[in-house]
Every structure is written in structure tokens, then in C-alpha cells.
Unconditional design. Structure first.
Length: 378
């Protein structure tokens, strides 16, 4: 039988104990089909630039479902997901001056990058030309190529450069999804320069869409939500949308011709973009955030050419921009609408996410995780 994965192995094959003598309780997948089970994670001792975090809450992202179920290709199991982490600093390395024990902090979708390429030097670590290191399921080159394990756990250790300060005025549980859904929608809105006088269209009203509505309104924009579901009209208006357009209604869509400056498209299923391009004004832009698993219908280039429209994509945000987003949310009182779940409810929460049965994000209460045990290892 191979040694447990949370043991460091010397060259002579001797198991010498956990990486830092500390184990964390966790929930993760031991196979693609086995669901989420109790695991034990070994976290490294904080190095000079590291911050150790006692996790309080971790948001559940739909990408966690895809990853743990092997729907995005093969994974290294066991795998602990979670990249929307909020907690308190418990220890810091000797060179860390910007954080101290007790600080409320967060960790988003990445825990490292090359720090040398043009993107990294410009504070755009999410576009690292050598590939950012994901918070889970990625090889950590600075730590012996260990596979990163995420935030469905009681603790995590992260280089200080990738740790964010979470304002105390924000509800910590509701702030957790800001580290993924929040920054994913904030970044294109900020890149376009959304402000008072702009009209923003939001396609889809889920975890990403509801954050796009809240953030665009906080930036001073008029917001119109496009949805295929009449049942979401009142929900969109309740979130602050100024108008709701049923996108399957051709007359309603025609009435929106040249009415919108920027569209945030959050739909992760194939859909025709051409009707939405017709709602954009000259020099407008459609940012694609949803990532469909199948091919999209073709885009008519004439729709882009006739109004100098941009069709763009966007991926989370850099560390500095994510910190800006958290401070913006604290200033404007913006958080995610959440449903708090315990460790025993995670598998049900995954099934409900797939069914679209959540308004609008699940968040794990890390205090419900069991104490570390040796029943499984990660």
C-alpha cells in the first residue's frame, strides 16, 4: 500500500510525517464518481512570505462541480475544491509585514503566477503567460510541484502576494463569492469604464448575473436584464435592475435596438449572440463570461462591423483589481445573495447547482467540517 499523501517521503522511502505537522479537515472528491467525502489535508508550514489562514467560509462555484466530477478532463485525486475563501490569519511567515494574526482575509482563484511575464508585471496575474497557479488542482512549482488543495477545508497556506484583505464591514459569508463571481463581473465592467450615464445589459440571472446587476447599479449605470424565463422578472427587479427583457420575445428585443453600451453575458450554454449585438450602440461591447461546453452559433461579423462593436472575453481579475473590487463592495454595501450550507449538505448543494436551484450562491460554513482524521488523505 502506498504511503498516505499527506506524508513527506525522504529519498530512502521513509515516511517522516505531515508536511508541517498540521492537518486540516476537508471535504473533497476521491474519484470522479464518488461525490464529496471527508478528507484530511496536510498544509505546509508558513514559509517566509506565507500566510496561514483559518478558513471561516468558502463559496461553491459551478466550476467546482465540473472539476471534482472530472467533466473538465482528468484530475489528480483526491481533490479538495474551493476558490472563494474567507477567514482569519492564524500565522504569518517571518518576512510578512502586511498581514498579522487576526486579520480577515480572502483567497480567490489563484495562489501563484510566474511574477515575471508582462501580464504579471502589469498586475494582470490572471493572464500569466506561463499560466497562473489555481487554488486547487494545480501543480505548485514553488512547493515541489505539490497539487494545490482548495478551500473546502479548515485552513490553507498561501503566499502573501495572493492574499486579499476583506473589509470588516462586509458579511464574511456573503463576501466569499465576491472572490470569484464578484471579480469576474467587476473586471469587465471596470475595463469598459462603466459609470453613470451608461446602460448595461446582463444576460442570464444566476451567480454571475446577479453580481453583474448589483455592481453595475453601484457604478451608477442603468441596468437591463435579459432572460428567457418570466419567473426571473421579479427577481431581477428586486436586485435593482431597471428593466427586464424576455430575450425570446422578438418584439421586445427589437425595441432594445441601439439602447445598450455594454453587455455582460453570463450564460454557460450555447446561445445565439446576434440578437444581443443588435441591442448595442456604436462602440458598444459584449463581454462573454459564461463558458459553454459545446460550440456556440456563429457570429455574424456584419453586426460587429456596422457599429464598431467589440466581442470580448474576460477572466477574473488580478490581485490589485480584486482588492479594489472588495473595497468598492464595502463602500457600496454589495455582497452576494447566498445560502449557507454545512459539510453534510455539499453533495445536495452540487446537485441543486446543476439544477439551477439556488439564489444565487452556496457558501460552505467551514465550522461544520469534522476534525482531521486519517480516514482519507489529500
Amino acid at each position: 500500500m502506498p504511503p498516505p499523501l499527506n506524508l513527506r517521503i525522504e529519498l530512502d522511502g521513509t515516511a517522516v510525517g505531515p508536511l508541517d505537522g498540521r492537518l486540516a479537515a476537508a471535504r473533497g472528491a476521491s474519484s470522479a464518481a464518488g461525490g464529496l467525502v471527508g478528507l484530511t489535508v496536510a498544509r505546509r508550514a508558513p514559509k517566509a512570505d506565507d500566510v496561514e489562514i483559518a478558513i471561516e467560509f468558502c463559496g461553491l462555484c459551478h466550476s467546482d462541480v465540473h472539476a471534482t466530477r472530472g467533466e473538465w478532463g482528468s484530475q489528480n485525486y483526491p481533490l479538495v475544491p474551493g476558490h472563494e475563501i474567507v477567514g482569519r490569519v492564524s500565522r504569518v511567515g517571518s518576512d510578512v509585514k502586511d498581514f498579522q494574526p487576526g486579520d480577515r482575509v480572502g483567497v480567490g482563484c489563484m495562489v501563484d503566477s510566474c511574477r515575471e511575464c508582462e501580464s504579471c508585471l502589469e498586475g494582470l496575474e490572471q493572464y500569466c503567460e506561463r499560466g497562473m497557479t489555481g487554488t486547487y488542482g494545480a501543480k505548485d512549482a514553488r512547493n515541489g510541484d505539490a497539487v494545490t488543495q482548495g478551500g473546502y477545508a479548515t485552513s490553507v497556506v498561501v503566499d502573501r502576494r495572493y492574499v486579499l484583505r476583506v473589509p470588516e464591514s462586509l458579511d464574511p459569508a456573503a463576501a466569499a463569492p465576491l472572490l470569484c463571481a464578484g471579480i469576474t463581473t467587476f473586471s469587465p465592467l471596470r475595463h469598459f469604464g462603466v459609470r453613470e450615464g451608461h446602460t448595461v445589459g446582463v444576460v442570464g440571472l444566476g451567480g454571475l448575473g446577479h453580481m453583474a446587476v448589483k455592481l453595475a447599479k453601484a457604478m451608477g449605470a442603468e441596468v437591463k436584464v435579459f432572460t428567457t424565463s418570466e419567473s426571473k422578472v421579479s427577481a431581477a427587479l428586486g436586485l435593482g435592475a431597471d428593466a427586464v427583457v424576455l430575450s425570446r420575445d422578438e418584439e421586445a428585443m427589437a425595441a432594445e435596438n441601439r439602447s445598450i453600451d455594454v453587455i455582460i453575458d453570463t450564460v454557460a450554454a450555447p446561445h445565439d449572440l446576434n440578437p444581443f449585438f443588435r441591442t448595442l450602440r456604436r462602440d458598444g461591447a459584449l463581454f462573454q463570461l459564461g463558458l459553454p461546453s459545446e460550440a456556440m452559433p456563429p457570429v455574424n461579423p456584419g453586426a460587429l462591423i456596422r457599429r464598431r462593436i467589440s466581442y470580448a472575453g474576460s477572466l477574473i481579475g488580478g490581485i490589485a483589481e480584486t482588492q479594489e473590487m472588495l473595497e468598492f463592495c464595502a463602500e457600496h454595501g454589495v455582497v452576494s445573495d447566498i445560502e449557507l450550507v454545512g459539510a453534510e449538505q455539499l453533495n445536495d448543494a452540487y446537485d441543486r447547482m446543476v439544477a439551477g436551484d439556488v439564489k444565487y450562491r452556496f457558501v460552505l460554513d467551514a465550522s461544520t467540517l469534522q476534525e482531521p482524521s486519517e480516514r482519507a488523505d489529500a
